[in-house]
Design a protein around this ligand. Sequence first.
Ligand code: ADP
Ligand code: ZN
Length: 607
Amino acid sequence: MSDDLANASALLHTVFGFGGFRPGQEEIVSAVLAGENVLAVMPTGSGKSLCYQLPAIARPGLTLVVSPLIALMRDQVRALTAAGVVAGSLNSSNEWGENARVLGLLRRRELRLLYVAPERLARPDTIEMLAESDVRMMAIDEAHCVSQWGHDFRPEYLTLGNLARQIGGTLQTLALTATADAPTRGDIVDKLFAAPPRIFVRSFDRPNLRLSFKPKEHSTRQVFAYVRAHAGESGIVYCASRRKVEELATGLAAAGLRALPYHAGLDKSVRDANQDAFQQDDGVVMTATVAFGMGIDKPDVRFVCHADLPANVEAYYQEIGRAGRDGLPADTLTLYSLGDMQLRRQQIEQGEQSDERKRIERQRLGALLSLAEAPRCRRQTLLAYFGEASQPCGHCDLCQEGVELFDGTIEAQKAMSAIVRTGERFGMEHVVAILTGERTENVLKFNHDRLPTFGVGADRKAAEWRSIFRQLSATGLISQDLMEHGRWLVTDEGWRVLKGKARIELRKNLASATSKGAGRGRKAAAPPPAVAGADEALLGALKALRTRLAQAQKVPAYVVFSDRTLVELATHRPGTPGAMREIHGVGDAKLDRYGDAFLEVIRGAAG
Ligand code: ADP
Ligand code: ZN
């Protein structure tokens, strides 16, 4: 280990109170300390911030952090300040006094991290000020905002590539994002780096998230039951429409739960107040459209429920990724129906994007539908989409409850032979028309009604064949070529089944979303226990103390201590400051500030 890295590891312990690096962090920190330019692709919650915060305080000089959301900056500055690091942010919604404080620190060269919004960086006065400061590194958070492919494109990000030159120095650049797909990644490299950076891609596995999907039966009732089963926990319920957001928020509140609405149609002051309440308090349920999302930096969200099917697999992954950032178990449930699927398809077709973009969107939606109807472990299916091989997880709904399967080898062979006989040149609808024996315009145009496979699948409905397609895709027997009109190809594994060398099982309940009551009667799996081995009463007392301290300082509860820290305190019951110092999340600054108060509660509980 280099001296720099050893020094940084020590700071990990003394400043942040962490026992060690999370997977992926060490190699990134080490590359940054060695002066390299880096693009880090890591899933939400994996600890990206630390990858620039640690080098920022381990080395002299100022680190500039570009972040698109003010709420996020504010939380990070608070958390750093609580850990004893001199940090600040410059943005339009700061109080005047705060901006003056930050500028003072900057002039005296005391500031270690400066968070700035991209539009602020485009201003000449900001550039001038930075040119006079000691800025050494620029960390660009949410770097996918530079890409037009992404859902969060921000034109101001395009100017960041030139910033180093404008400030008049060499500026080491570290770009970070949780967006996994290849087109976006390419865009980031092109637009933010003069020369290709070192790229690190971390596993997208989030083992603490439990994945589950259910066909809609009575979605409001299903959501109510789900939220009630998680009463007292912080969670998000995503809905496809503002109207549904309002309805659910009102209904949940009437049922005695602390639920608040969030969507773009609400007054900004209401939105901000609701977001603050969610962020600061324990146990608030946010019912929201996807307008609520980026910039939510709350580590202890215990569940995410999709009351409607998300837009696509990327969106799904981002949205469920807001749960369980602290690494403790968190639960997710996605409800879907055939109507949802059709709506999402329409939204893509009626959108104003380019054809290429639509093709990518169709494929992303297809991947989500495959996940909804996966015949095997959901986590395995999701990770396969991100290009990762894995074993069944053992705790998703499919692993736990199983799913009724039948030997679908013949169906798979019919579908794949139709793909092969048409030269692997067509999309799903065309191949399905061939299977069901439908004489569409295209079928006639290509004389595909004369193929031996024409009509071999007439015993099944088109919807069933679409489901079979998604399942074959989910299990990797066929794959879609993104760059060429979304045509379907048979993979090597698919050929093994086609040649009769391997078999494949499919879900008995094809297109289950169409049939009412598909999931009825199945036992709902119990959510994973939030705490094991901790003294519940002591934990309650520690939470109460945390709430009092947080309210007194007007900061969110987790800025004082994370849930994990409280759970460890309640489990290990440290008796001395030295012992408490060994607990996750307890650094020097926090030990000084809160140690006595927490130790007293622990001692009280023991006696
Ligand atoms: P991301 O930006 O990747 O979504 P964050 O940087 O917000 O994730 O980190 C998520 C959570 O993980 C935070 O609560 C953070 O304090 C915690 N964390 C980060 N690194 C570590 C570590 N090495 N050990 C323990 N907790 C960590
Ligand atoms: Zn599983």
